[in-house]
Write a protein that binds this ligand. Sequence first.
Ligand SMILES: *Cc1c(COP(=O)(O)O)cnc(C)c1O
Length: 442
Amino acid sequence: MTATIKQKTSRSAALFERSKRVSPGGVHSPVRAFKGVGGTPRFVESARGAVLTDVDGNNYIDFCMAWGPMLFGHQDQDVARAVRVSMSRGWSYGTAEPYSLELAELMTKNIPWAQKVRFVNSGTEAVMSALRVARAATGRDKIIKFDGCYHGHSDPLLVRAGSGLAEMASPDSAGVSASVARDTVVVPLDDLGALEAAFKKHKGHIAAVIVEPVPANNGLLLQKKSFLREMTAIARRHGALVIFDEVITGFRTAFGGMAELTGIRPDLVTYGKIIGGGFPVGAYAGRRDLMDMVAPSGPVYQAGTLSGNPVAMAAGCAMLKKILRVKPYKRLAAEAEKFAAAAEAAGRKAGVPVRVQRFSSMFWMIFGNVDTADGFVRRPDQTPAEHRDLYLKVFHYALERGVYLTPSAFEVDFVSAAHSAAQLERASKVVCRAIESLGDIS
Ligand SMILES: *Cc1c(COP(=O)(O)O)cnc(C)c1O
């Protein structure tokens, strides 16, 4: 299917070989190695707007967008200006400074349930710290997470469901101890009965329930609003806190993320990705009484040499101010919807089962027949068996033609404000042709 085009990738291939000698798998985060899709990972030399340029000189219309942070595209000029100004003053002080204050006030003013905020360097760190606060506040040890939600790579969250319903989890990575995994209970998404059962079984021991309100790290597993609402009610009835992990959805779906859109007020909320404008920033926030438990005002220790880094804070401020000014969400959602509808139409035309689950500017193309009552994939096990193989074909077809879809069948694509109408149309045509060509061979 890709025989007609042979893109030059020799420089990327050579760098990949060299990288493998000095770094595990040649990368610094696993999915970048293209293991899930095969082929040569493109070594990107620069990026601007919606376009990535690799070391072989190929250009790609980017839908991975650094996995989420680049809401306004690469090298957004407002972020760039703020970073330059910040750099001209210095770039790390290890003291109190006014820049994190500005970002914290921007958040607390516009997100009422984020009464206080602490900055860290990644989403992983934000989640890890929020869980510590939840344990301290409740005096309980266990947490509930949902199978299909990703919350970074801290030990207690690198776990998978046990064999039985509401069982304790087992490690999902080598090096995670069974004793840590025992404090995490994994339950299926979209299943309130299982959640109730977990609370009954671990009565009085659950400190918090953590959820990605739109699970976007295992495909896009759209949840019903009623599920989120009931989930919250069940947790509160059992004296557990509710943590919304909005590392992807925060500032992506609305300024105040899914808490704003659903009207559910989480006790704690975690942010990352967009909040740093593409620089390493994470944050956890929430109820004042909970956040006041964090050191130095309270007994929960949490620190960071580079936390609140002034350059990253300046990038975050520029990003968030621009969101408030531009209000990009409606337009982005409409563009993503158009893209999704075209892909589904191409599938119908070619007799290839394609469904696109979309929320805001995120979308996930699902290949194969979805076999659920309402036609939605809400849990990982509902993904059609043939999805992965068909996605790989579409991915490579598009890549060879200059469209960089997310290099995993189980990650989402992002439309940014920097994608022009012409770029979106071109990319859409390529993806539609990729889908149609599946019909030729299947
Ligand atoms: C990306 C992500 C994380 C982890 O953030 P890092 O900055 O990669 O550590 C945690 N939770 C969710 C929902 C995410 O999307």
